[in-house]
Design a protein around this ligand. Structure first.
Ligand code: SF4
Ligand code: SF4
Length: 406
């Protein structure tokens, strides 16, 4: 990971219109709204039925990249995701909010160490358990979902993280988020919208689960409380921005300096006294202003060609944050007809493909001839082994990630 102390600090990484932004309920996510349209009941996965029908139909008609062996590889890659936490449900399966195997003697005995040492230890452990990127931010309650499918999330003054009959309770002292990213296989992602790209995503989810659960158990073993999260409980992208992992791009995903948007995010919430990292600026909004590749290659027209705004474009959006809003429902409907998830936007983004500043589109900053954060980032990526300087040009070679598979 490129040390964030070598990157420009962003003083206001998220532009919020006060009085408009509200905590977001999971029930307004496209997975839930499309599931309800299709099946008439509240759930997270009913939308998949149509995708599976088309997966089988396209497989039976012998389409290249959609054979039984392609789908089998995807299903195998997804097995640990389903076993651990099914993309993320709070306090569910291995994502329990209390110790899984850690004995009380350790869980009730917090180690007493300075914050900087604890932070370094936690980051080392996160990498050991599979994280490619890790950062720490304060847990701002506004990023905690207001409601899961049936129960609300409530921030309470005392106690331990727990689920009651009608709510998930997060004590106020659980005020840190350790945010992590796992890089997906860029060669498989490039095959999008074929099944191999979906396999890369499934592997990403399985790795998310393994890493989040392992880190939560480690923190409990050090005597602190830990809530392991995949997509559940809190919004991953703003937490990742605040933890210095990257910036939000036009495609509606986090763009990291190392892997572009080709990552999956997870987090562990904890009461461990940790040191925050700082948000970074490496020029993403300015670059996205001039680049529309993701919007041009989106088969469902879900990505905006326009400018950033505070106003959501559909009920699946949470208005009040300046960004490019995505039509998540259009995206999900495309996945259904495709018979597999899509990652075209990730595949074509220059930051996935090994962006370096020689490829930069003309922008106002270049007219100053003083360089920009994108150039700085190119050199940092080369310095820390993420780009091969000998292959700079139209398609530079990405050296990392080196991990292929689980
Ligand atoms: S995943 Fe595919 S359909 Fe969805 S926004 Fe990206 S390119 Fe468009
Ligand atoms: S493809 Fe271009 S516009 Fe889209 S997120 Fe990547 S850099 Fe931004």
């Amino acid at each position: 990971m490129i040390p964030r102390k070598e990157m420009k600090k962003s003083e206001s990484p998220i532009d919020i219109k006060e009085g408009v932004y509200e905590r977001f309920p999971v029930t307004r996510q496209a997975f839930v709204t499309v599931s309800f349209q299709d099946a008439g009941e509240i759930g997270y996965n009913h939308w998949m039925n149509k995708m599976m029908e088309n997966m089988v139909r396209r497989m039976m008609s012998g389409e290249e990249g959609r054979r039984q062996e392609d789908n089998a590889l995807d299903l195998g890659a997804n097995a640990l995701n389903l076993l651990i936490g099914e993309y993320g449900f709070p306090n569910f399966q291995f994502l329990k909010w209390s110790p899984l195997f850690v004995p009380d003697m350790l869980a009730n005995h917090p180690v007493n160490m300075p914050s900087n040492e604890l932070s370094n230890m936690v980051k080392k452990a996160a990498v050991l358990y599979g994280a490619d990127l890790v950062g720490i931010a304060s847990l701002d309650p506004k990023w905690v979902y207001s409601k899961d499918l049936f129960k609300s999330f409530e921030i309470v003054d005392e106690g331990s993280p727990q689920e009651t009959e009608d709510a998930f309770l997060i004590p106020r002292k659980v005020n840190k988020a350790i945010v992590m990213a796992v890089a997906m296989d860029d060669e498989m992602i490039e095959t999008s919208p074929l099944v191999d790209a979906s396999t890369a995503t499934s592997l990403g989810y399985s790795r998310m689960g393994i890493t989040a659960v392992s880190l939560a158990e480690y923190i409990r073993g050090l005597g602190y409380q830990a809530i392991p999260c995949m997509n559940d409980t809190a919004l991953s992208i703003p937490l990742a921005v605040e933890a210095g992992l990257g910036q939000l791009g036009r495609l509606g995903l986090l763009i990291t300096p190392e892997f572009g948007p080709n990552v999956r995010l997870m987090k562990v919430l904890t009461d461990m006294p940790l040191e925050n990292d700082h948000a970074i600026d490496f020029g993403i909004p300015e670059f996205c202003d001039n680049c529309h590749l993701c919007a041009e290659h989106c088969p469902s027209s879900a990505i905006s060609f326009g400018e950033q705004s505070y106003d959501g474009i559909c009920d699946n959006n949470n208005s009040g944050i300046k960004k490019w809003y995505i039509s998540a429902e259009k995206c999900l409907r495309l996945w259904q007809t495709n018979g597999a998830s899509c990652a075209n936007c990730i595949a074509v983004c220059p930051f996935t493909r090994g962006f370096e500043s020689m490829q930069c589109f003309e922008c106002k900053k270049c007219e100053t001839k003083t360089g920009c954060e994108l150039q700085v980032n190119t050199h940092l990526r080369a310095k820390y082994g993420y780009l091969d300087v000998d292959t700079w040009g139209n398609k530079p070679k990405v050296l990392k990630p080196r991990r292929r598979g689980l």
